[in-house]
Each structure stands twice: as structure tokens, then as C-alpha cells.
Design a protein around this ligand. Sequence first.
Ligand SMILES: NC(=O)C1=CN([C@@H]2O[C@H](COP(=O)(O)OP(=O)(O)OC[C@H]3O[C@@H](n4cnc5c(N)ncnc54)[C@H](OP(=O)(O)O)[C@@H]3O)[C@@H](O)[C@H]2O)C=CC1
Ligand SMILES: O=C(O)C(=O)[C@@H](O)[C@H](O)C(=O)CO
Length: 281
Amino acid sequence: MTLNIPTLTLNDGHPLPVLGLGTYQIRGGEGMQQILAAIQSGYRLIDSATNYDNEGIVGEAIRRSGIPRSEFFITSKLPGKYHGYEDALMAVQESLARMGLDYFDLFIIHWPLPKRDKYVEAWQALVTAQKLGLIRSIGVSNFEPEHLDRIIAETGVTPAVNQIELHPYWVQEQNLLENEKRGILVEAWSPLGRGSASMHEQVVLDIANKYGKTPSQIITRWHIDRGIVPILRSTNPVHQRENAAVFDFALTTDEIAAINGLNKLDGRIDGQDPNEYEEFE
Ligand SMILES: NC(=O)C1=CN([C@@H]2O[C@H](COP(=O)(O)OP(=O)(O)OC[C@H]3O[C@@H](n4cnc5c(N)ncnc54)[C@H](OP(=O)(O)O)[C@@H]3O)[C@@H](O)[C@H]2O)C=CC1
Ligand SMILES: O=C(O)C(=O)[C@@H](O)[C@H](O)C(=O)CO
């Protein structure tokens, strides 16, 4: 049976599924089959990136599924080496060609890379690509409030989405408020803490027992109940189905707060601070 994943509406009026499939390190023929399995389970939001070297197999899985393109919500990301305006416009077109698509539902700037100081140019290029019909919704990733304010002030265009690191060890309460204040939908990357110990915390296990759910379903539901769209990676079809079977229960305010209480001061998975992070090329 195919799971039915609900949608919500972005600030530009476009619908977005409330959870999606992450594809970091999912590559090659086996990766294509793993993505296809997720699509067959009901996933429609697929999150790729030029830096993941898998845009080709994402496009192939879409075609092999036989499901109409219009039912999907396909995302890719602009790498830092293409932050210049002309390079960024070319990069969107190259990504589309690799996927074999003629538009993206969402295209986002992968990292702000503030030391290079070209993310405003990159944003101007996404605004143009949207006007050209190459992208439906434009967004950013790993943008801090000061980066958001700068692109909004310099272009007058607010991102639809900001994809940031979020999991029970890194709950980012203030950052969520900053995005909400600006009308930006937050997507969570590494929503399961990349399979970290947070899935085995007693508070998560207790809530899982109460609802007869698994720890990953509780964490997935915690994101959704906080108004966040989790981008969940799994290569395992059983886990893929499990992670998306979360629409028959909801957490209470106290349960959400209890999971928020797992936050750690140094909770980032790899210490990737958006103000410092540099991409390797
Ligand atoms: N914008 C950005 O800068 C970034 C974006 N991302 C995006 O976010 C996505 C998700 O983040 P990612 O870091 O991949 O990690 P996740 O937090 O999604 O965790 C993935 C890990 O959890 C395991 N897992 C998934 N479901 C279950 C389950 N039900 N039970 C037990 N284990 C489970 C997976 O193993 P298994 O395969 O065996 O199920 C895998 O090892 C990425 O794939 C990418 O698309 C990620 C990092 C940065
Ligand atoms: O996966 C991504 O989107 C990244 O941006 C990477 O930085 C990833 O988070 C990573 O940890 C690479 O070592």
C-alpha cells in the first residue's frame, strides 16, 4: 500500500510534502533502486544536491516509477563554487539536464559560505531562474538570520525554505523563531541525528512505548509537530516506510518539550557552523 504524505503551503503558494527523502551518499545503480523503493512507498519530496553526485539517478528513479512528474517535489542545491551570478544560472540548467527535468520544485543555496561573500549574487541568480520558469520555489540552506536579512534587503525576495541542521541534540529553538518571523518554512537536515544515540534516549523510548511507535517515528513526528519538514535518509525500504507512517498520532506539548530537553550545547553532528563551514572542491 502506498502511504499518503500530506502537504503544507509555502510562502509563495506552492505545496510541499510534510516529509521527504534525503539522498546524501545514495549513489549509483543500487542507490537508484533505493530511491525508487522510497517513491513506491509514497515519498514524493526527494532532496538531492550537486555535491551529492546523484542528480542523474534521482531523475532515473523518477522516470522508472512511472508516476507523473507533477506529483513530485524535487529539490537540488547550488554548490559554493557556483555562487557567482552567471555560474549559478548555468549550474541550475546543468542540474536540470543531469536530472532530465525541465524545472525544479525547489532549488536552494547549499551553504552561505560567508567568507567567500558571494551568496547574495547566488540568490539574485535563483530569483532570475525562478522568473525564467526553471525553478518553482527558491530557498537557502544553513542560512543564519543575518544571511537571511541580507539577501532579503538586497533583492526584496524572501526564501520559501531554509534547510538547517535539526535533531534532538540540536533543537535550535531561537533559530526556528527567526525563520518563522520571516515566513520561511524550515526543513530539517539530519533529522534523525544521522542515526545517532538520540534515537536510544530514554525519553524517546518512553514516548515510543506510549504510542506503540518506533524511536525514529517519534523523532519524525516531533519535527512535524514543531512545524518542520524532516528530510529523512534511509536506504532500507522497511525504514523508509516506517519513517513515513506517522500520520495516525501526534505528540503533546509536554512530549515535544521533553524531547527539546535533549538539546546539547555542542550538539551539532560534525560541528558544522554555517558561519565557518567551507565546502571542499
Ligand atoms: N543542507 C545540508 O547542508 C545538508 C543536507 N542534508 C540532507 O538531509 C538528509 C538527511 O540527513 P542525513 O545526514 O542523511 O541523516 P539522517 O538523520 O536522515 O539519518 C540517516 C541514518 O539514519 C538511519 N535510519 C533511517 N531511518 C531509520 C530507522 N527507521 N531506524 C533505524 N535507523 C534509521 C539510516 O540508516 P538506513 O539507511 O540503514 O536506514 C542512516 O544511517 C541528507 O540525506 C541530505 O539529503 C544532510 C546534511 C547536510
Ligand atoms: O550533506 C550535505 O548536504 C552536506 O552539506 C555535508 O556537509 C554533510 O553534512 C557532511 O557532513 C559532509 O561531511
